[in-house]
Write a protein that binds this ligand. Structure first.
Ligand code: ATP
Length: 356
């Protein structure tokens, strides 16, 4: 069943800035959708339009079959969790969580039941009488979630809820959020600029760039078949190696000395990509090319090797290779590599659309 429909939704700010030209998105009931993209791409603007905190300049927004363009935030039956938690500092955890229910006129018994039930789910029972100032960042984040959950809304909206937490807690909370959302089955729209968070949380991701949806798909669709060089570079860490190239009768020409055999009808400039984990170390005789090693990052479980494509004309194209396990290659030595064709990503350089 469809839950939220964004039909050609656009946003022009009063100063005339077109933050979002036009976005189409259909969200299914219970789906976890992540809006991801670099700073300024329009993630928060879009989320705030769904929340009703920002007016919609064009298009239609439907929630559960109802057009909500002009509906007040309070009438949309959504709950939003903010980056800064937005808790009332003078109120206890209990009062913070009960606030929305009280405003809705629920009875004391109902409020008590709901707050205790959610506090139980989130492990907040022992903290109900504390004030936000007496809590850790992770506990505050849990209270902010609890406040959203007690209202049992149709939709959860999250605006970078984990960005104020340290790395370890972020991973823990990420898993908790996903487990809770699965349990509750509440349709969720989640904003982050962190592609790892996006990949691990989402049923489907919307990759935004300059207010435009570059691609909408499951994490694996975006990883294995990115639609544009922007998505290719944004999804995956370290980023995909993207090299300027040209397609001619011989194949993909990466430089004067280096052409990889390839057949395709297209002729002209393209962007050739391969992920760091898909470059394979080989013998000099079998190699497609060599990389001159410049830096090695040893992470134990894997090794990232940074270098440049070795070319006799001295042109330097940076490359990253990712190998599992520990490796200790020498700086300045050559590493011979093969590039299996089924791992190539090829984009038209002009239109930025995927060719193959
Ligand atoms: P971040 O990750 O940095 O929060 P974001 O992707 O959430 O970024 P938005 O806050 O949605 O980005 O902003 C999108 C664009 O709209 C930016 O270029 C921003 O400068 C612009 N913008 C935001 N609010 C306004 C406003 N009130 N008036 C004019 N332009 C605005």
């Amino acid at each position: 069943m469809t839950d939220i429909i964004l039909n050609k939704i656009g946003k022009t700010y009063p100063n005339g800035f077109h933050a979002i030209p036009s976005i189409d998105l259909t969200i299914k009931e219970g789906e976890f959708i992540v809006l991801v993209g670099p700073s300024g791409c329009g993630k928060s603007t879009l989320l705030r339009m769904v929340a009703g905190l920002e007016s919609i300049s064009q298009g239609d927004m439907m929630i559960k079959g109802q057009r909500v363009n002009e509906k007040e935030p309070a009438d949309r039956d959504i709950a939003m969790v903010f980056q800064n938690y937005a808790l009332y500092p003078h109120m206890t955890v209990y009062a913070n969580m009960a606030y929305g229910l009280k405003n809705r006129g629920e009875s004391k018994n109902v409020i008590d039941d709901k707050v205790n039930n959610v506090a139980n789910m989130l492990g907040l029972e022992a903290l109900l009488q504390r004030k936000p100032g007496q809590l850790s960042g992770g506990q505050r984040q849990r209270v902010a979630m609890g406040r959203a959950m007690v209202r049992d809304p149709k939709v959860f909206l999250f605006d970078e809820p984990l960005s104020n937490l340290d790395a370890k807690l972020r991973v823990q909370m990420r898993i908790e959020i996903r487990q809770l959302q699965r349990k509750l089955g509440t349709t969720t729209l989640y904003v982050t600029h962190d592609q790892v968070e996006a990949m691990t949380l989402a049923d489907r991701l919307v990759v935004l760039s300059k207010g435009k949806a570059e691609q909408i798909g499951t994490p694996m669709e975006l990883y294995s078949k990115p639609a544009t060089p922007f998505v290719a570079a944004f999804i995956g860490s370290p980023s995909m190696n993207l090299l300027p190239a040209e397609l001619n009768d011989q194949g993909i020409k990466l430089s004067e000395q280096l052409t990889l055999p390839f057949e395709h009808d297209f002729r002209g400039k393209l962007v050739w990509g391969i992920r760091p984990e898909h470059l394979e170390v080989s013998d000099e005789n079998d190699a497609d090319f060599a990389m001159r090693i410049q830096a090695v990052e040893s992470l134990g479980v894997e090794t990232l090797i940074h270098g440049v494509l070795e070319q006799s004309d001295g042109a330097s194209t940076p490359l990253v290779v990712r190998l599992s396990g520990p490796h200790t290659p020498e700086i300045n030595s050559l590493m011979w590599l093969t590039v299996p064709e089924h791992h190539w990503h090829i984009f038209n350089a002009e239109t930025e659309q995927r060719l193959s």
